[in-house]
Design a protein around this ligand. Structure first.
Ligand SMILES: [Zn+2]
Length: 258
């Protein structure tokens, strides 16, 4: 039994075959899905998806999207995260990949503080998106004595940064790139960090594992990530699946998975 701890099934790329995709996941043992709704236009679709027994949901605003968000939206976010199927706030964070201007960084940092505060207020774990901004994120988090528990989603930093996040109490999300030939740095991170600190995620429809080439990614492919971690750590696939699933259930206070 495996959980895809980070999927975007609400994405319009699944509009034509969402049911089939969910069935295919469950057929290969990926019975539970954590749906991450980080664009306002997907919040309601994700909420509806989470009415299924095996779908849990997280709400937030992605750093690329924060420019479009106002007070009213944050008000709605606070209401959404009180839903009983909502396991976390996020993904939110910092992303300097496309625009690292001071103006954009400041907007992103304001949204980061705002969502961090909401998570603290409602005692929810956090799902952090961080791209080309690890040192800024570490500096931000270091200001706080009590950091909510959470995951650094789709970790792509180095082992030194990985260890800092783990010391702060975070888990690291491992995605499709671990299967890429050029990902030596990430493979080293997986080798250096104890399995008790790792989660498996697809981030579908993005970041398709190598085996599936340029196809759209989907939750059933998370098996590829479990197998790659197992091979790096010289563990069995079953043991790797079991431990990472337990990590996810514990982190997000979810009592069961199917
Ligand atoms: Zn994502």
């Amino acid at each position: 039994m495996i959980i895809d701890t980070h999927a975007h099934i609400s994405d319009l790329k699944f509009d034509t075959d969402r049911e089939i995709v969910l069935q295919r996941a469950s057929d290969v043992g990926v019975g539970t899905i954590f749906e991450i709704a980080c664009e306002i236009r997907y919040w309601d679709i994700a909420l509806k998806l989470s009415q299924r027994d095996n779908v849990f949901v997280s709400f937030g605003v992605h750093p690329i999207d924060v420019v479009r968000v106002g007070d009213e939206d944050y008000g709605k976010l606070e209401i959404l995260i009180q839903n009983k199927k909502c396991i976390a706030v996020g993904e939110f964070g910092l992303d300097y990949h496309y625009d690292s201007s001071m103006q954009n960084i400041n907007i992103q940092k304001k949204a980061l503080v705002r969502q961090f505060d909401i998570a603290v207020k409602y005692n929810k774990p956090i799902i952090i998106h961080c791209r080309d901004a690890y040192d800024d994120m570490i500096d931000f988090l270091k200001q706080y004595k009590n950091i909510p528990k959470g995951v650094i989603h789709c970790f792509s930093g180095n082992s030194k940064q990985a260890k800092i996040f783990v010391e702060m109490g975070f888990l690291l999300g491992i995605d499709g790139p671990i299967t890429y030939k050029k990902s030596e740095k990430l493979k080293q991170v997986v080798l250096d960090i104890d399995i008790s600190n790792l989660l498996v995620e697809t981030d579908c429809p993005y970041l398709t594992p190598r085996k599936y080439g340029k196809q759209r990614n989907e939750p059933s492919y998370v098996v590829e990530i479990v197998e790659e971690i197992a091979s790096i750590k010289n563990m069995s696939t079953e043991e790797t699946a079991k431990i990472t699933t337990q990590n996810a259930l514990t982190l997000f206070n979810v009592e069961y998975a199917s």
